[in-house]
Every structure is written in C-alpha cells, then in structure tokens.
Design a protein around this ligand. Structure first.
Ligand SMILES: Cc1cc2nc3c(=O)[nH]c(=O)nc-3n(C[C@H](O)[C@H](O)[C@H](O)COP(=O)(O)O)c2cc1C
Length: 162
C-alpha cells in the first residue's frame, strides 16, 4: 500500500480479532516508532509493549474509555520525560499506527486519564510519564468503519496569512 493510500484509509478501530500480531510485524511497527524524528534528535520516546492480558487489564483501569486495551492483542505505551514534547510522542505514535495499517493491523489511541495509575502499572521511573497508549490488533470482521468527518480543506488551510 502506498503511503497516501495508507494515510487516507487508516481508521481508528477498537474491535479486534482474537489473533496475535506476529513478532516480525510487531518488530516493524516498533521500528517505525524508532525512526520517528524528534526535536534536536533527542529521541525522548520509550515504548512499553504489553502483550500479557493481566497487565493490559490492569492498565485499562487507568483510562475512562480504555476497555479495548484488553481485547487488543498488543498495547504499546508511548512514554516521554515529564518535561518532554507531546509533538515528539505524536510523531512516534502516528508512525507506528501507519506502519501497522500497512500490515493490515488496525489501532486506536487510548488516553490514560489517571496518569499516576498508568505510571504505577507500567513501572515508570519518576522522571517519565505516559503520553498515549496505542491498542493494536487485526480488525474484527465487518469492523470497517466509515471515516469520522474531516474539515473541508479550505476550512483547514490558510494560505500566506490566517
Ligand atoms: C471511545 C473512543 C475513545 C478514543 N480515545 C481516543 C484518545 O484518547 N485519544 C485519541 O487521540 N484518539 C482517541 N480515539 C480516536 C479518535 O476518536 C479518532 O482519531 C477520530 O474519531 C478519527 O477517527 P478515524 O480516523 O477512524 O476517522 C478514540 C475513539 C473512540 C471511539
């Protein structure tokens, strides 16, 4: 799939097949996160991969809309320093979600509303916090959602000045 098609066709999906993600595909997804650029190439992101169901259950209690962390075969927490830039975490997360979709693996970002809870479950050092958790899995049959509406391009884009 070419990059533009991948970007256009990717949907955030929360219903997954009960099917593991092969290690080589997961490796490519994580490599895509690794290759994301960052300010001054500081590479502030760290990734905590959760495949253990009990651990994913524990983590799902830290978010208000996080039950799909339990039904997804893999969750990846994107972790940054407490004073780290969200933009760096976003670049890393989107790289992984697009690389996943190119493999046929769908995903959905999950906010950890209780950050202390997530830090405890993930065993983070004092210096770090979770930016976002990504749930990954093969889409459940029939789970091809239509895209949520997007702004028309002329409402989004200003040329030369706002
Ligand atoms: C219940 C639910 C919770 C979600 N939580 C988050 C979230 O915490 N953070 C986030 O960036 N996206 C979250 N999403 C995904 C966004 O809603 C999604 O990016 C947006 O609707 C566009 O979806 P589309 O790209 O599939 O059209 C959530 C979606 C659902 C359905």
């Amino acid at each position: 799939m070419d990059v533009y098609t991948c970007i256009r066709s990717k949907r955030d999906t929360r219903a997954y097949q009960d099917k593991p993600i092969p290690e080589d595909a997961l490796g490519r997804i994580l490599q895509a996160g690794r290759m994301a650029g960052s300010a001054k190439n500081l590479q502030p992101c760290r990734l905590v991969v959760l495949e253990d169901e009990a651990r994913r259950k524990e983590l799902s209690a830290c978010g208000q809309f996080a039950t799909h962390i339990v039904t997804a075969p893999v969750a990846v927490a994107v972790v940054i320093p407490k004073d780290g830039r969200e933009f760096d975490a976003g670049r890393c997360a989107q790289n992984m979600m697009l690389a996943a979709w190119a493999e046929g693996v769908t995903s959905c970002p999950v906010t950890m509303h209780d950050a202390d809870c997530a830090s405890r479950v993930l065993g983070l050092p004092e210096t770090h916090r979770v930016s976002i958790v990504l749930a990954f899995g093969y889409p459940a049959p029939g789970e091809r959602r239509r895209s949520s509406p997007r702004l028309p391009l002329d409402e989004l884009v200003h040329r030369e000045r706002w």
